[in-house]
Design a protein around this ligand. Structure first.
Ligand code: NAI
Ligand code: SAJ
Length: 428
């Protein structure tokens, strides 16, 4: 049976390992984090994703997925480690990619295949990833082992379905490498698997997909500001514009979060000075928390000493991931204007850092219950479109608020019902 070692059991690696195991591969999951290994070994998931915990339990039970504490030998090594972004240098932090290449290189045999799935700047697979593999293993890519980049495009919240349904891009260092990678995904992927000329093309295509989406949201955010100036609803404008068969505008929101859209455009700029429109779109999207704070202040006047409840610190609806959270950026902005900010999120637990504490400023934020967050609040801002927010009973919430200003920044609320109980409702 073909063996696959999945390196990194996070948001991407764990569902991928589970789906490959379910398709009949002998899958070994490896993660440097012992706590993650223990959860997966116990047949559970530390990632909130529909149906994932059940699938992990199933493939652990059947033995199709095992968990290793050291990197094992395997026919395929699939690398799904983080590629964080250094906001100061605006560069990709490739230390985990290098460490994974070292780990693979130590057990790599002639004839094995290595596939990098992590999102990386163009040139990384054939550059430092390949160089580290070669230096550690003493083997040459192409001649001795297969090497390809196959970017991941699943949408958090719908990962298991998209892992199977999405089309895939594969770029190998040679034809045999591309074919080896294509063969790996073939039993799982129902979409089309396209072989592109080389790994750098695959890396670039992945980055431009997310950049395209980020630029599209920036335009939608500009529509929101323009529409407000003209006294019309941006959502009605966008819906009407999208009636044209060749127009497909996305929706405005409190900012673009996650660790992909806000980061990937910068990866494109690593070895090029030509990033221009994409950089401006980043600025527009990063400016949205400040714009939302202005919309709150429009009703409250000065925010100094006013209590504002921010509902939703996940980066978008129905996920638990707070990386790049617009809700936290808004909390930071409101606090910098003197507001007393409370945060609530039904999908996130514990303490969250709005980035201020790290600078020695305000302490990290403690998540509160809905009741605690909204009691005595002057305003409420919805910043993640969780299903739970759509089902809120407005009267019960406004009864405990001091003032009834509601800013629905992401189309999360049933706004007519909120207006029906007398709330002043703003939307983007
Ligand atoms: N989460 C998402 O929606 C998507 C993520 N991606 C990309 O996939 C990659 C992985 O992202 P996530 O799964 O979200 O990250 P994550 O942070 O959820 O998981 C990564 C895991 O890798 C482990 N790890 C770190 N170094 C390791 C090493 N040397 N060997 C083995 N394990 C190691 C970490 O302990 C962690 O559990 C990133 O490049 C990301 O940009 C691509 C598409 C979608
Ligand atoms: C091109 C594309 O659709 N990329 C997807 C994206 O996943 P992600 O969850 O980050 O994307 P998302 O749903 O657009 O959310 C990103 C951010 O953008 C915001 N957003 C999104 C759509 C919209 O109309 N308006 C808006 O403001 C969201 O609220 C969120 O804060 O990035 C993923 C990744 O690369 O990690 C990728 O796998 C996914 O397919």
């Amino acid at each position: 049976m073909t063996s696959v070692c999945v390196h990194g059991l996070g948001y991407i690696g764990l569902p991928t390992a589970a789906v490959l195991a379910d398709a009949g591969y002998e899958v070994v999951g490896y993660d440097v984090d012992e706590a993650v290994r223990e959860i997966v070994r116990g047949g559970d998931s530390h990632v909130e994703e529909p149906e994932l915990a059940d699938l992990v339990a199933e493939v652990r039970e059947s033995g199709a997925l095992t968990v290793a504490s050291e990197v094992p030998v395997a026919d395929y090594h699939l690398v799904c480690v983080p590629t964080p972004f250094d906001a100061e240098t605006r560069e990709a932090d490739l230390r985990y990619v290098r460490a994974a290449a070292e780990g693979v290189g130590e057990v790599l045999r002639a004839g094995d295949a290595v596939v990098l799935e992590s999102t990386v700047p163009p040139g990384t697979t054939t550059g430092e990833f390949c160089e580290t593999l070669a230096a550690t293993s003493g083997l040459d890519s192409g001649a001795d082992f297969s090497l390809a980049h196959c970017p991941e495009t699943v949408l958090p919240g719908d990962m298991l379905a998209e892992l199977r349904a999405n089309d895939r891009l594969v770029g190998g260092v040679d034809d045999a490498s591309a074919e080896a990678a294509r063969a790996l995904y073939d039993p799982v992927v129902e979409g089309e698997i396209s072989v592109v000329p080389d790994p750098t093309t695959a890396e670039f295509a992945k980055l431009i997909q997310n950049t395209y989406r980020d630029v599209n949201v920036a335009l939608a955010n500009e529509v929101a500001k323009l529409a407000d100036d003209y006294g019309v609803s941006s959502r009605a404008v966008i819906e009407a514009a999208n009636d044209h068969p060749r127009v497909d505008l996305l929706r405005p929101g409190p900012g673009v979060g996650g660790h992909c859209l806000p980061v990937d455009p910068w990866f494109l700029g690593r070895d090029s000075d030509s990033l221009d429109l994409a950089a401006r779109a980043r600025e527009i999207n990063d400016g949205m928390p400040s714009y939302v704070a202005d919309r709150v202040a429009r009703h409250l006047g000065s925010l100094d000493g006013r209590k504002v409840a921010v509902l939703g610190v996940a980066y978008k609806g129905n996920v638990d991931d707070t990386r790049g959270s617009p809700g936290l950026a808004l909390a930071d902005e409101l606090r910098s204007r003197g507001a007393d900010v409370t945060v609530q999120d039904p999908h996130v637990t514990g303490t969250v850092d709005d980035g201020v504490a790290a600078d020695g400023g305000d302490p990290a934020l403690e998540l509160e219950s809905l009741v605690g967050a909204t009691r005595g609040a002057d305003a409420l801002v919805a910043t993640a479109a969780h299903e739970e927010y759509g089902a809120l009973a407005p009267g019960i919430v406004t009864d405990r608020m001091a003032d009834e200003v509601v800013v629905d920044a992401c189309d999360a609320l049933d706004r007519e019902r909120w207006r029906g109980v007398g709330a002043t409702v703003e939307t983007l």
